[in-house]
Design a protein around this ligand. Structure first.
Ligand code: C5P
Length: 231
């Protein structure tokens, strides 16, 4: 299980529901993503509970603030023992996070451009750079800043790998097995396609968390990617 690429997104609004899911998943996964919603109700105490029960945690807070604040918040979070923490992919934010992380084992992931953003959203910032160029620029800045990985869609993985090189951890949400509900995700790939394209980790939420048998849903995904060779 240590090498499993599965990260289950605990997108729920109570600690009880999160615990129920983690119990139901059992050995189906040992890596969980805690995002802003669950963090808002459960905070670091639930993160500590997960870590204490031997699970790995991806804390998806997408930090973005002045350098001093990012550095100090990252320092605190890194001390908790989470495996992954997300920050926005702007150079000052990434550099501050790298400084705050220091020599802890926490790995920092950058979000380049939110996938919900299109050219109109960039124009709203006053940017005329095409989205794909901004993603490429931010991947290069992430590598220069000492960031460990990038959150990117399966459809961006190959390009990001080409720019960022083999050492970068690529973590991809928006993954669905063939024949399962896509929900609001528009640009989906199957787990096998994402791994083949070069993803190191797959973030999967509803396919597992809304399954009648969440553990069986994890096992199905692990079967689908067994033997798939990463590019
Ligand atoms: O339920 P689903 O598998 O779509 O959940 C995917 C998870 O990945 C959610 O926690 C969502 O916030 C996150 N995510 C995403 N697309 C991105 C970045 C993060 O779906 N581009």
């Amino acid at each position: 299980m240590k090498d499993s690429p599965l990260i289950i997104a605990l997108d729920v609004d109570t600690v009880e529901e999160a615990r129920r899911l983690v119990n139901a998943i059992g050995h189906g996964a040992d890596f969980y993503k805690v995002g802003m919603e669950l963090y808002a109700v459960a905070g670091m105490s639930f993160v500590q509970e997960l870590l204490g029960s031997g699970k790995r945690v991806f804390l998806d807070l997408k930090l973005y603030d002045i350098s001093e604040t990012v550095k100090r918040a990252t320092r605190q979070i890194s001390r908790s023992g989470v495996t992954f923490l997300t920050v926005h992919g702007s150079k000052a934010v990434m550099q501050a996070a790298v400084e705050g992380r220091g020599d802890s084992a926490t790995r920092l992931l950058a979000v380049t451009v939110l996938t919900s953003f299109d050219q109109d959203d960039l124009a709203d910032f006053g940017f005329s750079t095409p989205v794909s160029e901004l993603v490429a620029l931010r991947v290069r800045k992430a590598v220069e800043s000492g960031i460990d990985g990038i959150v990117c869609s399966a459809l961006e993985v190959a390009k990001v790998r080409e720019i960022g090189g083999p050492g970068l951890k690529l973590v991809t949400p928006g993954v669905r097995s063939a024949g399962t509900a896509t929900g609001d995700q528009k640009r989906v790939a199957t787990p096998a396609e994402a791994i083949q394209a070069g993803a190191d980790y797959l973030v999967i939420g509803r396919q597992v968390t809304r399954a009648a048998d969440p553990k069986a849903a994890c096992e199905q995904i692990l079967n689908e990617i067994a033997g798939v060779v990463r590019r």
